[in-house]
Design a protein around this ligand. Structure first.
Ligand code: AHG
Ligand code: MN
Ligand code: MN
Length: 332
């Protein structure tokens, strides 16, 4: 069978199935092109002078890496002028970024984590980009932060790119989750997995176990039961993986199942979790649900959460449905 490019896939989604419109197609193509640019920069490593710190901090007080800043610029530059966006927001920008007046404005809001897994850049481990697309509220011409604060159920598209041994783009527009692998010679993303499905059961979990002493009781109970293995209440052994790049951990789960957890902990009570709701948790939740998995905060469905701030943090449990439902029930 002939390879199906991302462009062809999107045109068929638009023309044959009427699932997306031309502006959303353009938006996804532009984001994908920006991800190609980021992939090239990531791949150059030391030779491109892209490793190390940028010498600045983001709004969350995290040290920015050169690649955090560069990836943010690549996504901004690519998306400003196409006429498909009303505004953008990013992990690396304190406030939403307005589309300059010299360009036409569109009906969508784009949010992204330009470079996910920053701590892995300098050690040559997989990193990625995560994005989420919302509709700009009706009648709003100059969107503010409040216009972005829509629950995850309102997303019209979400995706991530993982820059690993190969570069892969995973995408949903609400009709399944699909994977595309970058053909580096041709420079185009090619469909490599239509309708990806996450197995309902799993014996593999992903968590940063070093936070164990800070967890709440239901979380400790769940992990204790997994660690007890064959002779414990679960009656089987569980394996553990933790890349510390959410994109890479989620991609593994999309490929062979698993549960990913970043629970709320009591280390810093001002932070209700580590991951950011709007551009990490929600897009991943949409992708995972569209692949038959589940995503919760440990207490409720992630995509039902009404956001209160652009950079708000949240607890995340996602992946194989039966494990996510079990750990969620322990919290209730
Ligand atoms: P970012 O690099 O965008 O700040 O995100 C890093 C996130 C996520 O990718 C990963 O799952 C988690 O932080 C790792 O946290 P620990 O360092 O606590 O393991
Ligand atoms: Mn991230
Ligand atoms: Mn990031």
């Amino acid at each position: 069978m002939k390879p199906i490019s991302l462009t062809r896939f999107l045109i068929e989604e638009q023309r044959d199935h009427g699932r997306i419109n031309a502006d959303l197609r353009l938006l996804i193509e532009v984001v994908a092109r920006a991800c190609k640019g980021i992939s090239i920069a990531v791949g150059k490593g030391a030779l491109g002078g892209v490793l190390g710190n940028a010498g600045s901090e983001n709004v969350q007080g995290e040290v920015q890496k050169k690649l955090d800043v560069l990836s943010n610029e690549i996504l901004l530059e690519a998306n400003e002028w196409g006429g498909h966006l009303a505004a953008l927001a990013s992990e690396e920008m304190d406030h939403p970024h307005a589309i300059p007046n010299r360009y036409p404005k569109g009906e969508y809001l784009l949010l992204f984590d330009p470079l996910d897994g920053s701590s892995n850049i300098d050690v040559n481990v997989s990193v990625g980009t995560i994005f989420s697309v919302l509709r700009c509220p009706e009648g709003v011409t100059a969107p503010t932060e409040a216009d972005f604060l829509q629950p995850g159920t309102q997303q019209v598209a979400a995706g991530y790119a993982v820059y690993g041994p190969s570069t892969i783009l995973v995408l949903t527009t609400g009709s399944g989750t699909h994977g595309f692998t970058l053909d580096r010679e041709v420079g185009s993303f090619v469909l490599s997995g239509r309708n990806l499905r996450i197995p309902e059961d799993t014996s593999e979990f992903a968590i940063n176990l070093s936070n164990l002493r800070h967890w709440e009781a239901p979380m400790r109970r769940y992990i204790d039961e997994l660690l007890a293995g064959k002779t414990g209440p679960r009656g089987r052994d569980f394996n553990m993986r933790w890349v510390a790049s959410m994109v890479a951990d989620v991609h593994r789960i999309l490929t062979r199942g698993g549960i990913f957890m970043y629970p709320r902990d009591l280390k810093d009570p001002s932070k209700p979790g580590r991951l950011r709701l709007m551009y990490e948790a929600n897009p991943m939740a949409f992708i995972v649900e569209q692949a038959g998995g589940a995503a919760t905060t440990g207490r409720e469905r992630l995509m039902d959460v009404q956001p209160t701030a652009l950079h708000q943090r949240i607890a995340v449990f996602l992946g194989s449905r039966n494990e996510v439902e079990r750990v969620t029930s322990y919290h209730q």
